[in-house]
Design a protein around this ligand. Sequence first.
Ligand code: MG
Length: 164
Amino acid sequence: MKIKVGFGFDIHRLEKGRTLYLGGVEIPHPAGLVGRSDGDALIHALVDALLGAAGEGDIGQMFPVDDSRYFGIRSTRLLEDVMQRLIKKGVRIINLDSVIVAEAPRMAPYINKMKAALCPILGVAEDDLGIKAKTHEKMGDIGRGRAIACWAVVLVQIKKSGKG
Ligand code: MG
């Protein structure tokens, strides 16, 4: 058995009039994240951390940006596909941790909802998924409410398959 770490980052622009999805949850806000999928930067950071840990490339390789199957898709669906691939490879998540950097809205009321949305897909207990949120102290594009960025790390164990 092997223990491996993965790291992920993502940032998306905010645009007025779009629905804001983050951590698999719809959050009331005048602006939403721009992306070919639903723009859920937290899930995208988690996906890149998972794929990195598993040695499976990155989100852009698994879901090419010009593939129309993924236009407007909920990122929870992408995460489900990633988990299927990882489970086939004998990857089991030990724990994940993440940070959302957003000036607004306040994320605290939604953290538990995000865990409820993501933990069943990830196959982990709520204690094993950290989701923390902070502002960017009004600095730069994130601080002016023009973008939201997310970071994620994951620790996994990989069972050696077959003759191992
Ligand atoms: Mg993204």
